[in-house]
Design a protein around this ligand. Structure first.
Ligand code: BGC
Length: 764
């Protein structure tokens, strides 16, 4: 026996060493093959051709700034383009690629990028909604499917995931990320990167991901888009950097710089951020691209003319210039003037060529151009069915008095509201590849699901806003709500006539798709007045009212929470949203989403987030003189982070700890029993939070450190266990070193960040 063990151990060690050596050699081999190929290309290139690779124009119809692009075909021929984005359709992509590989001197293929943010033609819920599923497998599979569709249409580079932590609900781009929490945001960042990139970037159905917007873009002052951010490095490292770093650790191929300034220097020219942190501390060696006109906008920021800012961006570490043409038109002169070195241009060009190599484009420029795939792999019935199931997982049931929901498939249902049949708005912001006309509205979904059983009566009830100008601002890019010319009174009267014939009213209200997204900040995050007036009239009928809320951000719903019996938050659920909402409203799917942002009572509480600091005068629930808080509002949110109801009822036992003391090399197991006390099977997201009671720097009152989503059958009890290790107790200290500190920790487990069981242990 001893002999066998020894034989096994010695041979096992031998085989292990051999295997590791083989892996090292093969990756070295493939690296050296890449280096040889890229270096030999570089050696053939003129300085103009190298600079040309750093240029990323937009081919497209979709502009977010003052792009400097013209004559793209000619520029490709002249070797002045490294990649193109916003081009849709595999034949269009092939045509452009053909110019690059047949007409340019060195025949270097182009990268083809796109904002594949939450799906391609099959659209998934907006990222904020998707995050509410707390289901990492689902998130990864949705990115995988988006990559499959996009790559079938010629795209090989997605400008996603967007992982900016956002705690200010005024900021419109809160819709594009995963909410307020760095831990959850990091898990989602990893899942998205794995989904897009798969295990082999050169496979024709995987694409390069681009984590954005590095960094701190979500911390814009006053929630006003593009605005200044200013924060301590301690906060950056502990609260805002983790999701970017998680994407880097997951192997993301590219990073996009943010628009905002950091420490007084726009991110695009911030060498500390791009080189010291990203490249040196985190070891990122992929492609670093500016955001749209991120380079030329630095002239407006006030740090120099186009030549100066372009040189500063390259010097900071940016490889590719998106649409400014600052690199293309000024770097040669900067080189002559000694502002930059040829080595810096070589480095940037090399990273772009390496990306092309990794995607397999240097071997086969048409790797992603298979017309047959475009016909068979995009917007398929299977993909749409998956999107429908994902959407249903993203909805959050905020209120359900007396179990009004689910509705019965019988009688008459009045469906009322400007979002009920707004087909162009169903997919939400940043769905640039979607074909709006094919989306399923709530009206379509409800009618299909109740056909032959219940009667659906519909009325629009109100416009989005009473003020036509505000509605116009909120409905760009063809995402119209088909404004009704009738007065608010006429629309409401019609809605009330319809409502009176019904047994129950479903009010589809909230924001239009483009009330969130880029440059869609709001100073008032309530449901627009004209819709609230409609809602009040509907409630006055005395009929039961279900509010189906469309939104891309946390909203102020204090009045709604007090007065409306049932509220289902459906975000923008993607192309199949209408079917998915019907699934949940009618009980075919049991809701399980949980909020990933705090919903405040009023705008004055913003920014509001659960992982706050205690301060020296901690707030209580109500106003107390000389304590942190407000005179005119309690300190509670309307809905806390992590909150969401189900048609099932779950009960938590007290926490059990495997021990009450641990050392840094140890771990503690935290367990609770969760019982489903209802008659319905349902899924629950069990959340674990920690509070480091004493630290060398102040620590948040609670921080999410784990979660598990699980199905619990009716009447069943499941035990949920989490293992806490030293890394979960670690944080960045004042000197930015990462580590844990001995002392007391409180541990919380519950169904959201407020409703928790508590225990404590000691780190020795
Ligand atoms: C946005 C990016 C986007 C880029 C390309 C910019 O305006 O900030 O998120 O990827 O445009 O469309």
């Amino acid at each position: 026996m001893k002999f066998i063990t020894r034989f096994f151990l010695t041979h096992y060690t031998f085989f292990l060493c051999f295997a590791l050596l083989a892996i090292a050699c093969s990756s070295k081999h493939s690296h050296s093959r890449m280096d040889r190929k890229v270096d030999s290309l570089l050696s053939l290139m003129t300085i103009e051709e190298k600079i040309g690779q750093l240029n990323l124009p937009s081919a497209g119809y979709f502009k977010t700034g003052e792009a400097a692009n013209s004559d793209i075909g000619k520029k490709i021929e002249q070797g002045k383009v490294g990649g193109l984005f916003n081009i849709k359709g595999v034949t269009n992509v092939r045509e452009m690629q053909k110019i690059a590989v047949e007409k340019s001197r060195l025949k270097i293929p182009l990268l083809f990028g796109m904002d594949v943010i939450h799906g391609y033609e099959t659209v998934f819920p907006i990222p904020l909604g998707l995050s509410c599923s707390w289901d990492m497998d689902l998130v990864q599979r949705s990115a995988r499917m988006a990559a499959t569709e996009a790559s079938a249409d010629g795209i090989n580079w997605a400008y996603s995931p967007m992982v900016d932590i956002a705690r200010d609900a005024r900021w419109g781009r809160i819709a594009e990320g995963s909410g307020e929490d760095p831990y959850l945001g990091s898990r989602i960042a990893e899942a998205m990167v794995k989904g897009y990139q798969g295990n082999d970037l050169s496979a024709n159905n995987t694409i390069m991901a681009c984590v954005k917007h590095y960094a701190l873009y979500g911390a814009a002052e006053a929630g006003r888009d593009y605005n200044t951010t200013d924060m301590s490095h301690l906060r950056m490292y502990n609260e805002y950097f983790p999701p970017y770093k998680a994407a880097i650790d997951a192997g993301v191929g590219s990073v996009m710089a943010s628009f905002n300034e950091i420490d007084g220097i726009p991110a695009t020219a911030n060498k500390w951020l791009m080189t010291d942190v990203l490249r040196k501390q985190w070891g990122f060696n992929g492609l670093l691209v500016s955001d749209y006109t991120g380079v030329s906008e630095m002239v407006q920021h006030g740090i120099g003319d186009l030549l100066t800012v372009s040189a500063r961006a390259l010097d900071a570490g940016i490889d590719m210039d998106m649409v400014s043409e600052g690199f293309l038109t000024t770097l040669a002169n900067s080189l002559k003037e000694g502002k930059i070195t040829e080595q810096q241009i070589n480095e940037a060009c090399k990273r772009i060529l390496q990306a092309k190599y990794k995607l397999g484009l240097l071997d086969d420029p048409y790797r992603y151009c298979h017309e047959e795939r475009a016909k068979t792999e995009i917007f398929t019935a299977a993909n749409r069915a998956f999107s429908r199931s994902v959407a249903a997982q993203s909805f959050v049931l905020l209120k359900n008095k007396n179990n009004l929901l689910p509705l019965k498939k019988q009688g008459t249902i009045a469906l009322i509201g400007p979002l009920a049949d707004a087909v162009e708005n169903v997919t939400g912001t940043w769905s640039v590849a979607a074909n709006f006309s094919q989306s399923i509205t709530l009206k379509n979904g409800l009618e299909k699901a109740t056909a032959g059983k219940a009667k659906i009566l519909y009325a629009k009830g109100s416009n989005l806003y009473e003020d036509a100008y505000l509605e116009e601002n909120a409905t760009p890019f063809g995402k119209t709500l088909h404004r009704d010319k009738r007065s608010a009174g006429e629309l409401r009267d019609e809605a009330l006539r319809v409502a009176k014939q019904a047994d129950v009213i479903v009010a589809a209200l909230g924001e239009s798709a483009e009330m969130t997204g880029e440059a869609s900040s709001r100073s008032d995050i309530s449901i627009p007045d004209t819709q609230t007036e409609l809602l009040k009239s509907l409630l006055q009928t005395g009929k039961p009212v279900v509010l189906v809320l469309f939104n891309g951000r946390p909203m102020t719903l204090k009045w709604e929470n007090e007065n409306v019996p049932a509220i289902l938050d459906v975000w923008f659920g993607g192309s199949e949203a209408g079917d998915a909402i019907a699934d949940v409203l009618l009980g075919d799917v049991n809701p399980s989403g949980k909020l990933t942002t705090t919903f405040p009572q009023n705008i004055g509480q913003v920014p509001m987030y659960y992982a706050q600091k205690n301060t020296g005068r901690p707030m209580g629930k109500w106003f107390e003189k000389f304590r942190s808080g407000y005179l005119d509002v309690s300190n509670d949110p309307v809905y806390p982070f992590g909150f969401g109801l189900s048609y099932s009822q779950f009960e938590y036992s007290d926490i059990r700890l495997s021990k009450t003391e641990m050392t840094p090399s140890d771990s503690i197991i935290v367990s609770v029993d969760v019982a489903n006390k209802s008659q319905r099977d349902g899924s629950e997201v069990v959340q674990l939070y920690l509070h480091d009671v004493v630290g060398s720097v102040t620590r948040p009152v609670k921080e999410l450190k784990g979660f598990q989503k699980m199905m619990i059958k009716a009447g069943e009890t499941k035990t949920v266990s989490f293992t806490l290790r030293n890394q979960d107790l670690s944080f960045y200290r004042y000197d930015l070193s990462l580590g844990s500190e001995p002392g007391k920790f409180e541990v919380f487990v519950g169904s959201d960040s407020y409703h928790v069981k508590q225990a404590s242990f000691e780190l020795k």
